[in-house]
Design a protein around this ligand. Sequence first.
Ligand SMILES: Nc1ncnc2c1ncn2[C@@H]1O[C@H](COP(=O)(O)OP(=O)(O)OP(=O)(O)O)[C@@H](O)[C@H]1O
Ligand SMILES: [Mg+2]
Length: 247
Amino acid sequence: MYFVNWQREISIVELNGEKVVVKRNKLSKNLHDYLLSITYTILSILLVHPSAPPELGSKLTLNEGFKMREKLQQMGIPTPSLISLTSALLIEDFIVGGNLYEALSRGRDSSLARSAGSITGRLHRSGYSFIDNKSQNYLVTFSGKVLRTDLAFIQRKDSIFARSMDIGSFLASLLALDCKRYKEIEDAFYSGYQTEVKSNIPYISIILRNILGFGLSLSSNWVNNILQNPEKLMSYWRKFGFSIESP
Ligand SMILES: Nc1ncnc2c1ncn2[C@@H]1O[C@H](COP(=O)(O)OP(=O)(O)OP(=O)(O)O)[C@@H](O)[C@H]1O
Ligand SMILES: [Mg+2]
């Protein structure tokens, strides 16, 4: 099982008879935040959508706070209840079904990805982006409700690039699944997203998916899944005036 978790040490403990999750920053967290932020800007330049790096520092802690969770709740985005927060440590409710990647790879219904799609769409409709939107940042309750955790990188950005980063990073985190399963999940995510955002899926989200998938889902399925839909990518290329001629 692939488990992405490189920023914080996660432990599950009992507090007043309830299970809670304690997230303690690793020493390397600042460096990782910085790398993520720089990668965002480098990719945006490479894809000709230059974008300023996401804000770091105290903003990351504020984003995990009560106010942000309340704001997300009003947008229709549920999060685990926050118990305590400092710049080095966060305690929130334990969500029993684990993260969405684990749930989907264990065979739970692909409609869970639809919920992640509508959560992403709701955030975009409100003018924000998650930036780090991998499926491991969603949690699933016992009854199948999908919640969003790891809120640190939320930014007030609604550019095509920022939105594509969310779609691309979500799909990239699932490329390791087998082709048929991946396609089912991708369709479910898109359908959830498009119930909230009426415009088309930006073409650079597919390019970002393929690039980010290299880091997030390194496996032979990654290659099969990116090659699964070449016509779509080609049609985007043609739309933007590129042509690929046979020799
Ligand atoms: N409230 C929770 N209940 C149950 N499991 C959780 C909860 N919060 C986090 N987890 C588990 O811990 C993993 C990592 O959590 P989180 O994304 O918050 O940490 P992180 O170190 O910031 O991760 P990364 O930087 O790698 O995205 C999640 O993918 C999930 O499996
Ligand atoms: Mg995370």
